[in-house]
Design a protein around this ligand. Structure first.
Ligand code: GLY
Length: 333
């Protein structure tokens, strides 16, 4: 079910806001004297969360986690589901192109050791997240871009293909009629898919993948392949991933900020809210015209999500429940 239809039915299915969605747990005192919530790990782990309504992707990730697989395998495989989904016009195959008609992908991945890999401006390869993983595991580098990233992928056996589907081409051709360059992420459509998982061993990994801003300038790169902006994982503390207008996330190094706020004692929910405040409370912030959303998880399996505008959501699979949870948001009427 796509997001719009889901929302129509949300009241019938009893879907609630993400506020206060942390697990039932007991209070404990951390060494620095701050109160933290300690969850019952038997029910908490494994778990996977993702930006937007992507229950097939979280289901695939959970399949791996339940079988004893690593969080790293889970987030890669989960993101691959959306990359292959041609109906999703913001990720992988079927992603909307830049203003010149090129579909260019950005992705990154980060493991429990703090290793990371990233690809930028990748063309003609559907599974950008897997190329990012190869960069992490098979090169001494963190980031490969453009032709270099594509040639690396081809050498690793990835198959080249056209990523521009008929539907995306048609949308681009319609856009060209007026071709107003207005780089606003549609707040009601899904954008970057970011996924965070904790496996049965309690280890955390994360990944994100996107075709970026629709009809962007050729060569534009957003937050998604930038470690610390689009994604950050610290296996001692937790992880965060961003969606929305990448420029605003990059300017505040958003995902790193969320994780650091959790390190200072904030819950994932509080940390996501604070990171959004850093954007909207800037002098002259134009936040009415763009969306940014964060999701986060801490080491105990508590989760949070928050966005500037309504309609951002998180998919969370924990225990036997795989569900979309509407996020709380900053801009109330
Ligand atoms: N968050 C995706 C982008 O700005 O490219």
């Amino acid at each position: 079910m796509r997001r719009r239809n889901f929302l129509k039915n949300a009241s019938l299915t009893g879907v609630g806001l993400a506020v206060g969605n942390s697990l039932k747990g007991c209070q404990d005192i951390s060494p620095d004297g701050k109160k933290v919530v300690v969850s019952d790990k038997k029910t908490a782990l494994p778990l996977v969360i993702a930006t937007w309504h992507v229950i097939d992707a979280t289901a695939r990730a959970m399949e791996i986690l339940q079988a004893g697989g690593t969080a790293l395998d889970a987030v890669e495989q989960g993101c691959m589901v959306e990359e292959a989904n041609e109906k999703g016009q913001s990720v992988g195959k079927g992603g909307l192109p830049d203003r010149d008609g090129n579909v260019t992908l950005d992705a990154c991945i980060m493991d429990k050791h703090g290793n990371c890999g990233s690809v930028v401006y990748l063309k003609n390869i559907t599974h950008a997240v897997s190329v990012a993983r190869k960069v992490m595991e098979d090169t001494p580098h963190v980031m490969l871009a453009g032709e270099g990233a594509k040639n690396f992928a081809l050498k690793k056996g990835f198959q080249p293909e056209s990523l521009l589907t008929e539907a995306s081409k048609e949308a681009w051709e319609k856009w060209k009629v007026e071709a107003q360059y207005n780089p606003i992420i549609n707040i009601e459509n899904h954008d970057t898919i970011g996924m965070l998982a904790i496996d049965k061993n309690g280890d955390i990994s994360g990944a994100c993948t996107t075709s970026g801003l629709a009809y962007k300038m050729a060569g534009r790169v957003g937050d998604s392949p930038i470690i610390g902006s689009g994604l950050f994982v610290d296996n001692e503390i937790g992880a965060a991933v961003a969606t929305g207008l990448g420029e605003e996330v990059v300017k505040t190094v958003g995902s790193f900020l969320v994780v650091e706020l959790m390190r200072q004692g904030k819950t994932p929910q509080e940390a996501c809210e604070e990171a959004i405040k850093r954007i909207v409370q800037k002098p002259n912030s134009d936040f009415n015209n763009f969306q940014v959303g964060y999701i986060a998880v801490n080491k105990h399996g508590d989760t949070g999500s928050y966005s500037i505008h309504q309609w951002f959501s998180m998919t969370k699979y924990q225990g036997s429940v795989n569900q979309q949870i509407q996020s709380d948001y900053f801009k109330k009427a």
